[in-house]
Design a protein around this ligand. Sequence first.
Ligand SMILES: NC(=O)c1ccc[n+]([C@@H]2O[C@H](COP(=O)([O-])OP(=O)(O)OC[C@H]3O[C@@H](n4cnc5c(N)ncnc54)[C@H](O)[C@@H]3O)[C@@H](O)[C@H]2O)c1
Length: 434
Amino acid sequence: MNDSFDNLKERIANKTVKIAVVGLGYVGLPLAIRFVEEGFSVYGIDLDKDRIESIKREHSYITDVSDENLGASLKSGRFKVSRDFRIIRDTQVIIICVPTPLKRKYSPDISYIKEAVVSIAKNIRRPSLVVLESTTYPGTTEEVILPLFNKNCKFINSENLYLCFSPERIDPGNKIYSLKNIPKIIGGINPQATELGLLLYRSIIKKVLPASCARTAEFVKLLENTFRLVNIGLVYELTMMSYKMNIDIWEAIKLASTKPFGFMPFFPGPGVGGHCIPKDPLYLYWKAKKIGFDSKFIRLASKITSYMPYYIVERVVNLLKNKKKKWEVLIIGVTYKKDVKDLRKSPVLDIIEILQKNDIKVAYYDPLIPYLKINNINLKASELKKEILNKFDCVIIATDHSNIDYKFILDNSSLIFDTRNVYRGIDDRRIVRL
Ligand SMILES: NC(=O)c1ccc[n+]([C@@H]2O[C@H](COP(=O)([O-])OP(=O)(O)OC[C@H]3O[C@@H](n4cnc5c(N)ncnc54)[C@H](O)[C@@H]3O)[C@@H](O)[C@H]2O)c1
């Protein structure tokens, strides 16, 4: 072992090493705070001025981080935030949590990673552990990031840059599984990097497992989310099929779930959203295509899940078509999943757009989203009042937030299209289930 490795290892073990978390979003902010909670000093870096100001005001913009936790971290004196990458010079552990969107369908955009790496590389001064947590295609860490460091940093080389990939598995809004108790995977570009990565994460997470290399760790994340997308796509297809057969898919899934082995339930819904499931498998699709492999499962699952909002509108239009007037529909819940204030890629936004294109007047109610902008049109959330509910031709339950009075909605509506089965067990001719 060389001096720099032993020294860095000791500093991680005794928590004197300073950590930089680059990108303070859904992934980076909770991670930074977790390290602070365990006694580390952390610098958070983000280019977004509003986010940095918000943190300084102790105001969290992430559901899973409370203002109290954020405030406590800042008051400890061990959490500082900035837009300036020069603070990297003071650190020896850097964790990258920047976005990885799509340029267009099936085409990854890793420009945020590249930009962050160049800014980091220009400021690294000492042997460092660098971990990428942004979801990306296999090969990014070794084939893209390593060369960027070699090109842009004169203080480190392959001897003293310990580079790893560690997928983030956070499930926003999940009250049982959080950063602390979701097992973490880490794979370095060499055994030393993996060893340092394991040591670092074991100080904040109960179970941390090594992958044999960074490429495998990158693949693991995409395998997990491809598994979800394909199974969701399958259940969506079976939902449409069972409707034609006059079979209740919800009942069928409930009964199939009684099998104690070999079945895992996935549920019907208005479509997939968020920053992971609709997008991550397409990163894998793209990489596979590059090496001449055509993933039919990923393509099909993406196609079926993207079709779901159209299917929902089709079913609603069929329910309304005998009414001779301009239809008005109320959507309940617009975020991509329940109890999370996140609209990214929400299929409910697609449903609203498709309804509007069908010349249907749309209003929405969502306790987490007071205002909404669709196609440059501002919408304000409706109130849930008897006289308001009364005027709609149909209410679509799109996102099943916990703190909504579904009974009140039922008592005051003439027709409900329930995409989440919130009215399970209730037999009422006004309720139509997906
Ligand atoms: N949101 C999730 O639930 C989740 C779960 C697992 C993995 N991921 C993955 O983690 C990564 C981050 O996702 P997120 O949801 O936290 O994204 P986010 O958009 O909430 O946050 C990313 C932050 O990075 C900042 N940023 C962008 N470029 C930067 C740069 N060059 N330097 C510094 N900051 C920069 C942005 O301003 C933003 O605040 C993505 O790859 C995503 O796929 C997300």
